[in-house]
Write a protein that binds this ligand. Structure first.
Ligand code: ATP
Ligand code: MG
Length: 404
């Protein structure tokens, strides 16, 4: 596509590609300047001819009107002197002045009209330029009045269209990534399942014990696949903003206490203690309990799984004004700063957990965040001074208390 020069479209300053571009007055090309000059000259000639014709007609009317002459001669001698005496020319002065004012007004009006047409031409050519695929370009003119408003509206429209296209592209790309990740995560256990079942099929085992070992591994890998498919199903379900949530009134402190009890055995096995600090001891609020249990399940299982060298997990649930702030924190190795923002991305796992046998699907925190979003809350992670914390803010009341 031909590169567009600022001269070609009569722009005073160079246009920058970003939104902070400088806006300029429209500068006319030399062709347009000549057009304007010709328009002015033609108008002046036409006006002179018109004035001449009007003057002649007026003189004719005044001088041929006998009755008017005799009437003014008799009753209005001063007017007679001004118009009919050969030496009097006074009446011509205001007429000439009036004509001059009218001429200037007409000339100004025609030139402005033509200039506006030229501005519109510039705007149209800018629009053609944008529509030919230069979506990072904006109309760079700074005009007042309606044309200025039009330019600002067009630029805003292009901005929102470009944003919509980019959003569409991002969605498309993230779908592709999802398919790639899912196929990769399903292929790995599937390959081992096929491998072990192949050994059994070809009877490449020496004892029943070995056979059982193969079937057990295939079973574990199948369970891993099932977990991934379940998580994926749940993730796609909670991702949709119109996902129905089953709102009930419940006691948040009781719900967390129950989840903590469920994890005590796992924690003991890893020699980790879990402390729960509810404040106040009972806190009624509304939410989807099934989904919220999933949130704390994931946060606690993460704290147990990934709290390397940690010995302590603390859950704090406190009421602050109209919300509850729940912190699930564990001591141990910190999460690197660069990973903190990525934790909530689907399939993201901090490097070391990928290779660990304990490593899950990487969907847990993405699901957690979507559930918190469904409850109009917020979740974020911090990791400093030997503590990794996941902090959730949830409003006590949900906007709609029905199943929506
Ligand atoms: P899933 O929860 O789906 O079984 P996962 O636990 O690997 O899989 P997420 O819960 O999304 O996935 O966690 C993403 C990653 O964040 C984990 O793999 C781990 O690397 C890191 N992570 C999460 N919680 C902690 C924690 N408390 N301490 C250290 N790292 C953590
Ligand atoms: Mg997890």
């Amino acid at each position: 596509m031909a590169k567009r020069s600022s001269k070609q479209f009569g722009v005073l300053a160079i246009k920058s590609k970003d939104k902070s571009q400088t806006y300029n007055r429209i500068r006319l090309t030399s062709k347009e300047k000549s057009e304007l000059l010709i328009e002015g000259l033609v108008t002046i000639i036409l006006l002179i001819l018109l004035n001449l014709a009007m003057y002649m007609i007026l003189v004719q009317i005044i001088q041929t009107s006998v009755s008017l002459e005799s009437f003014t001669n008799r009753f209005m001698p001063s007017i007679y002197d001004a118009f009919y005496s050969p030496r009097a020319m006074i009446w011509k002065k205001p007429i000439f002045a009036l004509m001059a004012v009218l001429d200037i007004a007409i000339l100004y009006w025609r030139l402005i009209r033509r200039y506006k047409q030229m501005q519109q031409r510039h705007i149209i050519s800018e629009l053609h330029y944008i529509s030919s695929g230069h979506y990072d370009h904006r109309i760079p003119f700074d005009l007042g009045g309606d044309l200025g408003k039009l330019i600002r509206s067009i630029n805003a429209l292009v901005d929102s269209t470009v944003e919509a296209i980019e959003e569409e592209r991002r969605i498309e790309q993230s779908k592709d990534e999802l398919i790639t990740n899912v196929s990769h995560d399903i292929r790995t256990p599937l390959t081992s399942i096929i491998g072990y079942l192949g050994l059994i099929e070809e009877r490449q085992y020496s004892s029943e014990e070995e056979l059982l070992k193969y079937t057990h591994t295939a079973y574990l890998k199948s369970k891993q696949m099932k977990l991934l498919v379940d998580d994926l199903f749940e993730y796609t379900k909670v991702r949709q903003s119109n996902t129905p949530i089953n709102l009930v009134t419940f006691d948040m402190q009781q719900l967390i206490a129950q989840v903590v009890v469920d994890f005590e055995l796992d924690a003991q096995k890893k020699e980790v203690t879990i402390d729960f600090e509810p404040s106040p001891p009972s806190l009624l609020m509304s939410g989807d309990t099934e989904k919220l249990v999933r949130v704390f399940d994931n946060l606690l299982s993460n704290a147990i799984k990934y709290g390397t060298d940690g010995t302590q997990i603390i859950v704090i649930s406190e009421k602050k004004e109209n919300e509850v702030i729940i912190t699930v924190k564990n001591d141990g190795k910190e999460i690197p700063k660069k990973s903190l923002d990525l934790l909530f991305d689907r399939f993201y796992r901090v490097e070391e957990s990928r290779s660990q046998q304990t490593g899950g699907t990487g969907l847990g925190l993405a699901i957690t965040q979507s559930i918190v979003d469904l409850h109009h809350g917020q979740i974020y992670a911090t990791s400093e001074k030997g503590w990794t914390s996941f902090i959730i803010h949830l409003p006590l009341e949900q906007p709609n208390h029905s199943n929506n």
